[in-house]
Design a protein around this ligand. Structure first.
Ligand SMILES: Nc1ncnc2c1ncn2[C@@H]1O[C@H](COP(=O)(O)OP(=O)(O)OP(=O)(O)O)[C@@H](O)[C@H]1O
Ligand SMILES: [Mg+2]
Length: 320
């Protein structure tokens, strides 16, 4: 682990019990996923619905329990911490959710949303508490501050509410944020403003992000690196500009072909919409049922994630 590495996840597995005709078995929506995030770096996690993005974010925060693998943050192994250590860890790592309204309390004013973490985690009182609340609101662009303080969530727009959620996450001085589709429920016209704010926080506060999104365009804007996920497996990972210029995995190519203004001229034909099989113990490549290039090798052998060159890795038997 290099000095700059803040988050180091190795071979993480999350499994959930499900009922089948033959009794109980498991699905593995996150299957041996590994990645690192440096201080001040944004890793964008891209994949379609059900690919395991939120589950990875939650497992990182230990909201879901990984059943295998390790999670190291800073220089600490946090995979199995409990009690007070877990409470302290959750201060260092905060999560911003898709629905900013759902995460705010309708009967509390905006400043009350910030008072709680500032009192509880920072021990602030009186004028210190008041001033810090003002600084945070200013920092996320919720001005004029005196007016914003006393508003209720329903008096704000979706974008403003998401800014409150971001301010609240910042209140505990985190090093690392998981932002789970933070702009997907916002009006298109205000998405760019919220992304720009997160980009400023990254730059000015050296914050790291796991940025979860469906959308390769925002992943390229905000992500230093992109990791493409399908059926709980990493398909491809590379620096953002490299991934968009030289996609190697057939799934990345399909995703890119569906992105407006995409640079891939000849998209692959889509062969089926079949959802990936997440049942534990399946064999072969998880993308085989949808891949236009599928062969028997793919149906029988899972391709390893192989590093091709500087920071570009792909899990495909036929990647070029
Ligand atoms: N608590 C749970 N119990 C059982 N299955 C679950 C649970 N949480 C998630 N899953 C399943 O795990 C898979 C991955 O879900 P996840 O929410 O991580 O996907 P996602 O990539 O975030 O999708 P979306 O883009 O729709 O948010 C899905 O098949 C989902 O149904
Ligand atoms: Mg999700």
């Amino acid at each position: 682990m290099s000095n700059a590495t803040l988050v180091d996840v190795k071979d993480m597995v999350v499994r959930f019990p499900i009922r089948t005709g033959r009794g109980r078995s498991f699905i593995t929506p996150v299957d041996r996923v590994s990645f690192t995030i440096d201080s001040g770096e944004v890793l964008a996690l891209v994949g379609e619905s059900g690919s395991g993005k939120t589950t990875i974010g939650k497992a990182l925060l230990r909201i879901e329990e990984p059943s295998a693998g390790t999670i190291q943050v800073g220089n600490r192994d946090v995979t199995h911490i409990k009690g007070q250590a877990l409470v302290r860890y959750r201060n260092d790592v905060q999560m911003i959710f898709q629905d900013p309204f759902g995460s705010l309390n309708p009967v509390k004013t905006i400043e009350q949303h910030l008072f709680f973490p500032l009192k509880k985690h920072q021990g602030l009182r009186g004028t210190e508490l008041y001033d810090r609340t003002g600084e945070l609101l200013e920092r996320v662009g919720l001005t004029p501050v005196p007016e914003t303080r006393i508003k209720y969530p329903h008096e704000l727009s979706g974008g403003q509410r998401q800014r409150v959620a971001i301010a609240r996450a910042l209140a505990v001085n985190p090093k690392f944020l998981v932002a789970d589709e933070p702009i997907s429920m916002l009006d298109v016209s205000i998405r760019a403003g919220v992304l720009k704010l997160m980009n400023e926080l990254k730059r000015d506060m050296n914050l790291s992000f796991l940025y979860i999104t469906h959308d390769l365009a925002s992943a390229r804007y905000f992500g230093d690196r992109i990791m493409v996920l399908y059926g709980g497996h990493v398909m491809e990972t590379a620096e953002s500009s490299d991934l968009l210029r030289r996609p190697m995995h057939p799934y990345t190519k399909l995703l890119l072909a569906a992105t407006p203004g995409n640079p891939v001229r000849q998209p692959l034909p889509e062969t089926s919409n079949q959802a990936p099989d997440l049942l534990e113990g399946r064999k072969g490549c998880v993308f085989a049922t949808r891949c236009p290039l599928v062969t028997d090798l793919c149906r029988n052998e899972k391709p390893p994630l192989q590093s091709l060159d500087a920071g570009h890795a792909v899990a495909c038997h036929y990647a070029v």
